[in-house]
Each structure stands twice: as structure tokens, then as C-alpha cells.
Design a protein around this ligand. Structure first.
Ligand SMILES: [Zn+2]
Length: 210
């Protein structure tokens, strides 16, 4: 998107991989409602990291996920905390939707396939990507919600979500736990950082508002 000289300082790689990812997670399968917007944006942000792993290796992938975690933790610390699936339209395009969504997908990949498998570029040998393929085929040209993604993963052979069903991330109660507002109201100290300041905070030169 930039000329060769500018691209050295402001590479478009993450933006392009993000938007290409959105063809699948967003266009091909659409989040059922605004509350499930992370199925578009969390995936697109995660696909930035996956392309980084493909292009630059595992250390760069882990660094991308680390930055996603840092960005969301800063929002949690300085602004507010909310569930990923949430119905407040004013907060939907924030770091919880984008960066925390990506970090949770990385966690799901780790849970299904372990650190060793996840230290290599994406492959259909991994249960995680087999599950994503199933999700895309099952809901192609339709909408899906978070339970449509998570529940089949918990039913894979040898996988159970006992630990996560009790703390409310995954499991049969996903429809209520992910949709439920935070049990303890969190003080709203200020709005999210603007997109411009967000880029400065993240220190990811190719980060973009999206
Ligand atoms: Zn996006």
C-alpha cells in the first residue's frame, strides 16, 4: 500500500493480512450479531499473528501475541473490563474485541494442540485448524455465534473443557457466561485510547486502525 521506501518504516503487512483474514472470518462467516463482532475482528487480528509466524517464524509470532496481551491488559487496567461477547455498542471496536480476541484464539490453539504444535506455522495437522475448517464449512455464507465456535472444540476426542467451563471461558454454559455482563460493575475511568494513541502504545510499526 506504500511505496517501497515508505514501506520500510510503515509496512502494510499486518493491515493486509488482517483484511484478507476478514474475507473468511467476517465475509464468508459473519458474526451473528454485534455482540459477536470478535468473531470477525479477533480472528482478523489473530490472522495477522499467524501470517507473522508463517513469514518471520515462531519468535515473531509469540511477540505478536505478547503485544496483543499487553494491549488488552492496558485497556483493562486503565479503562474498563468487559466480557468479549458484549452488547454495548460504544465499546465493541476496542482491544477486548481485537487483541484479547486474538489472544484467546492463541490460547485455544494451545489447549487443542500444545506448545510444540503451535510453535510451527498453521497446519491442517493441528486440531485447532481442523476445527476452524469445520466452523467455516458448517456456517459458510451464514452467521455464527461464539458457542458455534467453542462448543465443537470442547467435543473433540480427548478434549474436555472442565477447567474452562467452571471459570466461564468455554463449555456448555458458554452462551450465558460470555454474554453475561461482568458480575462486578467495573468503574469507567476513561474511554479507550484513541486509535492514534493506541498505535503509539502498542509499538507495532505496522499496527493500524481497523
Ligand atoms: Zn478488522
Amino acid at each position: 500500500m506504500h511505496d517501497a521506501r515508505a514501506d520500510q518504516d510503515y509496512p502494510s503487512t499486518n493491515l493486509v493480512s488482517h483484511e484478507l483474514g476478514q474475507h473468511w472470518f467476517g465475509d464468508y462467516v459473519q458474526g451473528r450479531d454485534w455482540a459477536n463482532i470478535w468473531l470477525n475482528e479477533g480472528f482478523a487480528t489473530y490472522l495477522e499473528a499467524l501470517y507473522t509466524q508463517h513469514q518471520e517464524g515462531n519468535d515473531a509470532y509469540r511477540f505478536a501475541i505478547y503485544n496483543d496481551q499487553l494491549a488488552e491488559q492496558q485497556e483493562d487496567r486503565d479503562s474498563y473490563r468487559r466480557p468479549i461477547v458484549y452488547t454495548d455498542a460504544m465499546d465493541m471496536f476496542d482491544r477486548t474485541t481485537h487483541e484479547k480476541g486474538a489472544a484467546v484464539l492463541d490460547m485455544l490453539r494451545y489447549l487443542l494442540d500444545g506448545a510444540e504444535a503451535a510453535s510451527h506455522p498453521a497446519s491442517q495437522n493441528e486440531l485447532f485448524f481442523q476445527a476452524l475448517r469445520h466452523y467455516l464449512i458448517e456456517h459458510r455464507a451464514q452467521s455464527a455465534d461464539t458457542a458455534d465456535l467453542i462448543e465443537p472444540c470442547g467435543q473433540l476426542p480427548g478434549k474436555n473443557w472442565v477447567g474452562f467451563s467452571t471459570n466461564g471461558y468455554f463449555g456448555p454454559d458458554v452462551r450465558t457466561t460470555w454474554l453475561r455482563p461482568a458480575t462486578t460493575p467495573q468503574p469507567r475511568r476513561r474511554r479507550s485510547a484513541s486509535c492514534k494513541s493506541k498505535q503509539a502504545i502498542e509499538k507495532r510499526p505496522s499496527s493500524t486502525c481497523r
